[in-house]
Design a protein around this ligand. Sequence first.
Ligand code: ADE
Length: 249
Amino acid sequence: MAGDGPIVLLMAMRDEARGIIGRLGLVQVEARPWASWLPMRLYEGVIDGERVALVLLGVDPATGVDCIGPEGATLGARAAVDELGAGLIVNAGAAGGFEARGQAVGDVILSGGPFWYHDRRIPLGDFEAYGRGGYTTADVSRLADHLGLPTGVVSTGASLDAPASDLMEMGRTGAAAKDMEGAAIAWVAKLAGVELVSLKAITDLVDHPAPTGEQFMANLHVAMERLTDELERCVRALVGDRSLVRPPR
Ligand code: ADE
């Protein structure tokens, strides 16, 4: 069963988090328990009698955009574990999907791993396996049954597009959701012994000829509505019964 600490939602973009912040009535906490130079923002609320936190990765001061990607995700996960004492992390957001796997925009996928990297190629002995990741962080089968959601493999990289080498790697691991944060958070969760659940809504199809960025912008709103609905169900289910998530098998 997941730990005793609070459920902490970890989300990268303001556009991804806006819906669930409103739906759950989460309120921004100005006095964050981490150093003031760190970009992450904190929201909290009480859901069915239980405190739930949301860490938003925050805004990059140099460019004014959300700190998407593995670096911001690592900082956010570390704060979730050490400063908030997370008993369970839920990483939710947008992801690319795969037409060849029969997926469609708006599909929502649940994952407890394995979380792979598709763009960390280090052909130096054991560094190769280190680069690829492959972290399993929770058994989500009961939660998936409860929510009626499909499970799938998350693959993470630092880019929105997918050159041939990344596509080949995602084919090898059987990826169903391509994101920019999952494996980084999973690495921290694994180190810390905290369970991680990932909930991803498909905004674009990686193997579709239309440019990924155009698909993403066109579909973000509708996919985030689906994400908000499923994330609310997921949080309420976990507040009611944390044992829906178990340690990895
Ligand atoms: N988030 C949404 N779509 C994505 C993609 N194609 N790659 C990485 N992250 C994403």
